[in-house]
Write a protein that binds this ligand. Structure first.
Ligand SMILES: Cc1cc2nc3c(=O)[nH]c(=O)nc-3n(C[C@H](O)[C@H](O)[C@H](O)COP(=O)(O)OP(=O)(O)OC[C@H]3O[C@@H](n4cnc5c(N)ncnc54)[C@H](O)[C@@H]3O)c2cc1C
Length: 217
């Protein structure tokens, strides 16, 4: 799974200047007062100044992760098309340490590592299914079936690619839900990579987000 930052604009200073326009003020460099201002805005849920920033990522992950990701409506997406391109035969196989069994009741599940035998059976079963699915897809294409139909049996473990853009406010909201203990492990791994981008490009905002209990403004 890959989450690659392609482009970024705005930063902690963009947040400060969006907020300071209220007083017709402009800063060219951050100072300690500005750092406190970022923390104040975040804590007091003044979210709009964080919207004057932009992050663009290229993401590669399985479709079952994308289905969760694209529920976030305040973001922009463009995904590889299975109508126009022959899909790459790349399927998700979890590492043994990521194979878990669920314990408890719906809404209160905890996850524990599966035993080695169960892991082996699971991986073998996935490999057989993926191989069969892929052969069928290729056969459908050979028969001349349109790509948009040839694919319809393919599983959610198939990888896809998309371009994802959002502002820092939306990104923090995404991170609060998806880089969190209750999130599915696979989307959490991706969210961790996205969080690194926030931390690098907007260190003061990121620090305030952590201090604010990972709650977006
Ligand atoms: C652990 C977990 C389990 C989940 N389980 C399920 C599940 O079982 N089934 C399921 O269907 N989904 C599930 N979801 C998805 C969840 O319901 C949300 O769709 C998803 O997390 C996006 O959250 P959001 O709507 O806050 O984010 P966004 O869509 O990014 O929206 C950001 C914010 O904008 C505002 N907003 C956006 N659109 C509207 C609107 N139309 N009206 C009012 N305000 C709006 C809200 O304040 C919202 O919080 C789960 C999510 C998580 C994290």
């Amino acid at each position: 799974m890959k989450v690659e930052l392609l482009d970024h604009c705005g930063g902690d200073l963009a947040v400060v200047n969006a907020a300071r326009v209220s007083f017709d003020k402009w800063k060219d460099e951050m100072d300690e007062g500005d750092e406190k201002l970022v923390a104040f805005l975040l804590k007091n849920r003044h979210g709009t100044p964080f919207e004057h920033t932009f992050f663009k990522f290229r993401v590669e992950c399985p479709i079952f992760v994308i289905r969760e990701w694209h529920r976030h409506r305040t973001h922009s997406y463009n995904e590889m098309s299975g109508r126009y391109t022959e899909l790459p035969g790349h399927f998700y196989l979890p590492a043994f340490e990521d194979i878990r069994v669920q314990v408890g009741k719906p809404g209160h599940y905890t996850y524990v590592a599966a035993d080695e035998f169960t892991c082996m059976k699971f991986i073998e079963s996935l490999c057989l299914a993926y191989e069969d699915d892929w052969k069928r897809y290729k056969r459908h294409l050979e028969w001349g079936i349109a790509k948009e139909l040839a694919r319809i049996h393919l599983p959610v473990g198939l990888y896809s690619k998309f371009i994802w853009s959002c502002n820092a406010r939306s990104l923090m909201h995404f991170l609060s839900l998806r880089n969190a203990p209750q999130a599915m492990l696979e989307i959490r791994r991706c969210a961790e990579m996205a969080e690194e981008a926030l931390k690098t490009c907007m260190p003061i905002t990121h620090e305030a987000f952590i201090a604010n209990n990972r709650t977006s403004p």
